[in-house]
Ligand binder design. Structure first.
Ligand code: C2E
Ligand code: MG
Ligand code: MG
Ligand code: MG
Length: 292
């Protein structure tokens, strides 16, 4: 009886694994097709000045509009794409589209809106993949300083020397570099000095803890103090409440991003936020409407 169940269990796992492998293959094939067919889309989430409520930039976040299945969030296909070079193709598509958008906003008179683009660790395993990023931004004709490349700490883990060299190459071409989800991974603070970082993005898990009476507030304060001491820019991710925003502003975190201001939006919904406005677009949020 126990033996029989064991065999069935084994058989069950065997089949589940098979299905998973097939599903992965299926996603990889479909995603390759999606890139060719332009089924990917970029959504934009504003980055907001915590004192004025003005939009200071946007993060480009990829979505997959799959015919018959609707919008697929990145968490459902980026991990699969990261298992192969497919993620490099996704990164190039995203960068090309983001550059075209920056150019379009310029031409429409919205001015220069800095856009952040996420690149996966695999993009930093071959020189030529980063050289292609540099080349395609140059071809697009926008200043690389308007593109901020977001990488997580894991990007530096596998082959630190190569990754650090390639980050410097990007920086030397004028790109901004941000560390995404800062504090969530295995942080090696000694790398921080070796990296050409412009901005730290505080992981939203810490931001979520700010008003939970845990150590979250103290950790956030420490990250802000460190960034300010090192002359790094700061963005708090995942800001959802007025209390979080008040804390961050009072603790001298200059920029915030999160549902409190806006979810990531399709470009048609994001663009109206860029219209010049006085007071600034998010100034009416309760905490910002009150003087300091
Ligand atoms: P990320 O780069 O850390 O992006 C922030 C994620 O947090 C986004 O999820 C965003 O929608 C979500 N978020 C923003 N504000 C809030 C908030 O107030 N509360 C909560 N709960 N969540 C918030 P999204 O768009 O689903 O992206 C998830 C992850 O997928 C990204 O995390 C990034 O790691 C990856 N990703 C997205 N686009 C790309 C891309 O173009 N290339 C690569 N390589 N990865 C991407
Ligand atoms: Mg990001
Ligand atoms: Mg993040
Ligand atoms: Mg992330």
């Amino acid at each position: 009886e126990a033996k029989g169940r064991g065999r069935n269990t084994f058989h069950f796992f065997d089949q589940a694994m098979n299905n998973r492998a097939l599903r992965r293959l299926d996603i990889a094939v479909a995603l390759r097709h999606a890139i060719a067919q332009d089924q990917l889309e970029l959504y934009y989430q504003p980055k907001v000045d915590t004192r004025s409520g003005a939009i200071v930039g946007a993060e480009a976040l990829v979505r997959w509009r799959r015919p018959g299945e609707g919008i697929i969030p990145p968490g459902d296909f980026i991990p699969q794409a990261e298992e192969s070079d497919l993620i490099v193709a996704v990164g190039e598509w995203v960068m090309r589209r983001a550059c075209a958008q920056v150019l379009s906003w310029r031409q429409q008179g919205f001015g220069d809106i800095p856009v952040a683009v996420n690149l996966s660790p695999r993009h930093f395993q071959r020189e030529r993949d980063i050289d292609r990023i540099i080349a395609l931004v140059e071809e697009a004709g926008i200043p690389p300083s308007l593109i901020e490349i977001e990488v997580t700490e894991s990007t530096v883990m596998r082959d630190p020397d190569l990754a650090i060299a390639l980050l410097w190459r990007l920086r030397d071409h004028g790109f901004g570099i941000a560390i995404d989800d800062f504090g969530s991974g295995y942080s090696n603070l000694s790398y921080l000095r070796r990296l050409p970082i412009r901005t730290l993005k505080i992981d939203r898990a810490f931001v979520a803890d700010i008003d939970q009476g845990k150590d979250g507030a103290e950790i956030v304060r420490a990250i802000i103090a460190m960034a300010n001491a090192l002359g790094l820019g700061l963005v708090a991710e995942g800001v959802e409440t007025e209390a979080q925003l008040r804390f961050l502003r009072d603790a001298d975190c200059a920029v915030a991003q999160g549902y409190y201001f806006s979810r990531p939006l399709p470009v048609a919904e994001f663009e109206p936020l860029l219209r010049p406005s006085e007071p600034p677009v998010f100034a009416a949020r309760p905490i910002l409407a009150r003087p300091l």
